[in-house]
Design a protein around this ligand. Structure first.
Ligand SMILES: NC(=O)c1ccc[n+]([C@@H]2O[C@H](COP(=O)([O-])OP(=O)(O)OC[C@H]3O[C@@H](n4cnc5c(N)ncnc54)[C@H](O)[C@@H]3O)[C@@H](O)[C@H]2O)c1
Length: 398
């Protein structure tokens, strides 16, 4: 098959973030390149121009395309000939910078792959939605857990009615790394995540509950109606929540819970979803992502494995696997699946072909708006003693 049909060439990536010592930027570069459909050619790797230059050799990016700022990158790349300039910008910086970078990239005509939470607040998210809608760019949001084959299998089974009517959706994302006041040390990632000016109105809820909420939405397609939430900062002097639970009423009558913790000793990245339907229940954990358990009363429990060749595997789940069952696939592969689906649309756009903008395989700007609404309403509800607040946004995908 030709590369990125109908474009038939590699896509060119420019990254913002990913400098020495950072976390998710490096993951983006690996995930984007996993299937040989793109190459990293440019970057504004750090807010510090010196550090940005120093980071470029790590990625094999030419010095001439290691920029001192994202503005310089967008400006210089826009002026390069079309057969050299970047096709898309990956935004992998702390939350408070997403809006200005993503907006500028969209306005300059570049496709965007942005990390979550999409913006610092809902107002910015709604503005970004308008900017994207007024453009013709591809906009993907890396709620990367939706890229796991068995998560896609769960969604396809639920959409096919195999679990019956959905009654309950329990999600949780449990970590322990902030059980001590790490932000009082030199720990960079802890510092910005616990600073309201950089993280936003929420701590754990903005950082990880948003993934769990999105996973419930993706897997079941249920539309949220109302939310009631309790948030708390258990670590003395911490300015943002490090623990909380939200209860969600869905429009169909289903009930959901989202629990997030960053203070549970020894817990790593325990993202879990359980769905109860009238015909069966399923459970998946990202720390064991190649298995999913489906249970029906009176029957033996079924363990689904990530098997692209099995008859029980649904089409999107099958095409989301790269290697035979039994070989562990994980975080990078799921992340790469978000990029792959976005690349399909980027290639179409580059060739002037139409592509889906709202109901995309990958999470997009609409999911980003919904995620920001979730975060803001959870914080507001918690401030009002867990009052029930609306969680219904007109931008939500149906
Ligand atoms: N999808 C996921 O699974 C996942 C996981 C971790 C983090 N994240 C998200 O990714 C983002 C980054 O998180 P992280 O943990 O990698 O942070 P980090 O602190 O490890 O890295 C951030 C990087 O961005 C750079 N940077 C900051 N401002 C910049 C600017 N204006 N221009 C260029 N570079 C700039 C920093 O120098 C650093 O290299 C956050 O929004 C976070 O929520 C997502």
């Amino acid at each position: 098959m030709a590369l990125n049909p109908p474009l038939n060439r590699k896509l060119r990536m420019g990254i913002v973030g990913g400098g020495i010592g950072s976390f998710i930027g490096r993951v983006h570069t690996i995930a984007a390149a996993l299937d040989h459909r793109c190459e990293l050619v440019a970057g504004a790797f750090s807010s510090n121009p010196e550090k940005s230059k120093q980071s470029a050799p790590d990625y094999g990016v030419d010095e001439s395309r290691a920029y001192g700022s994202y503005e310089a990158m967008l400006d210089a790349e826009s002026r390069l000939p079309a057969d050299q300039r970047i096709d898309f910008v990956s935004v992998t910086t702390p939350n408070h910078t997403h809006f200005e970078i993503a907006k500028a990239a969209v306005e300059a005509g570049f496709n965007v792959v942005c990390d979550k939470p999409m913006t610092l607040d809902l107002d910015q998210a709604e503005q970004l939605l308008k900017t994207v809608e007024n453009s013709d760019v591809v906009f993907a949001l890396t709620h990367n857990y939706t890229g796991y084959p068995l998560i896609r299998q769960a969604r396809e089974m639920i959409m096919a009615g195999e679990l019956g009517k959905i009654n309950a959706i329990r999600t949780q994302y449990i970590q322990g790394w902030l059980a001590e006041k790490l932000e009082a040390t030199e720990h960079k990632q802890a510092a910005w995540r616990t600073d309201p000016a950089k993280s936003g109105v929420a701590g754990a809820f903005g950082d990880i509950a948003t993934h769990a909420f999105n996973l419930g939405r993706y897997v079941t397609g249920e539309l949220p109606d109302k939310v009631s939430c309790h948030l708390k900062a258990f670590v003395d002097g911490r300015r943002l929540d490090d623990y909380g639970t939200a209860v969600i009423r869905y429009k169909s009558g289903a009930l959901g819970t989202v629990t997030a913790s960053q203070i549970s000793h020894g817990r790593e990245n325990d993202l879990e979803i359980e769905v109860d339907g009238t015909l069966g229940s399923l459970r998946w954990r990202q720390e064991n992502p190649n298995e999913m358990i489906v249970r029906k009363n009176g029957q033996p429990h079924q363990i689904y494995t990530r098997d692209p060749n099995a008859d029980f595997t649904k089409p999107l789940a099958a095409s989301s696997s790269r290697i035979p069952a039994g070989h562990p696939e994980g975080f990078f592969c799921a992340f790469a699946n978000i990029y792959l689906a976005a690349f399909d649309d980027m290639a179409k756009r580059a060739e002037g072909q139409p592509f889906e903008r709202r109901d995309t395989v990958y999470p997009n700007v609409y999911d980003g708006v919904e995620g920001m609404m979730f975060i803001e309403q959870c914080v507001k509800s918690s401030e009002q003693d867990a009052a029930w607040l609306t969680l219904s946004h007109s931008a939500a995908r149906t």
